[in-house]
Design a protein around this ligand. Structure first.
Ligand code: ADE
Length: 224
């Protein structure tokens, strides 16, 4: 899968894709993340990507020309399944949406800034708007990193044990059960006996019960 992220701050986005699972996914050739600097597509001599809002008011608006030139250029190279705009107005990211997007081949993610993008970009280029939560960030970059991470870790072969993405919280609308590692006792605090029993069936039943219990306590909305 290929993800092109269009941003005015490519440096801000470099690190999340240079470590751990995201790095390995790219090294294995399972994911390609390209950071595209919007300023490279600015046409005026000041390389401007924003301008004053028509009608007045505080805050700048991202101009259509550089964004259009950038997306048109990318689209001339390959076909894209989605052109996503990161925005607090978008549909909320959840696990089913991440699952759905992990089946796509090429996507573009546009990061907004300032007061947002010229509405004509949203009308004519954007196919999906995604929010990562009901709060406002200072730009779409951190949100784009969250979306890309949630997708890339689901690609087949990215996680060592392919089943481990399936046992994540939310995959079956349940939170994950508690986990423990050595030592079996610390400070008098013991790991539940069943996990040390070696009895696979009992362990998986215990984990399911704990997942349901935790979901009931913390996120009863998921069980509806
Ligand atoms: N840009 C600013 N806030 C955002 C949010 N909550 N989700 C996605 N993109 C954003």
């Amino acid at each position: 899968m290929r993800i092109d992220i269009i941003t005015v701050l490519p440096e801000l986005l470099r690190s999340p894709f240079e470590h751990s699972i995201m790095k390995r996914a790219q090294q294995k050739g399972l994911a390609e993340v390209h950071l595209v600097n919007l300023r490279d597509y600015a046409t005026d001599k000041h390389k401007s990507v924003d301008d004053y809002a028509f009608g007045g008011g505080a805050g700048m608006v991202m101009k259509i020309e550089p964004i259009a030139a950038c997306i048109d250029h990318l689209k001339s190279q390959r076909e894209y399944d989605e052109v996503i705009y990161m925005s607090p107005d978008g549909e909320l990211l959840d696990q089913p949406l991440a699952n759905k997007m992990s089946a796509l081949k090429n996507i573009i993610i546009l990061c907004g800034h300032y007061k947002g993008v010229d509405e004509r970009v949203r009308e004519h280029y954007i196919t999906r708007e995604i929010s990562i939560g009901n709060y406002v960030l200072s730009g779409g970059e951190l949100a784009a990193a969250v979306v890309a991470d949630s997708i890339i870790r689901l690609l087949p072969g990215v996680l060592n044990d392919e089943t481990s993405a399936l046992s994540d919280s939310f995959q079956d609308n349940l939170l994950a059960p508690p986990v423990y590692t050595r030592p079996a006792e610390y400070n008098g605090w013991k790991v539940p006996d069943v996990l040390l029993s070696g009895h696979e069936e009992k362990i998986s039943q215990w984990r399911h019960e704990k997942a349901v219990e935790r979901t009931q306590q913390r996120r009863p909305d998921l069980l509806k």
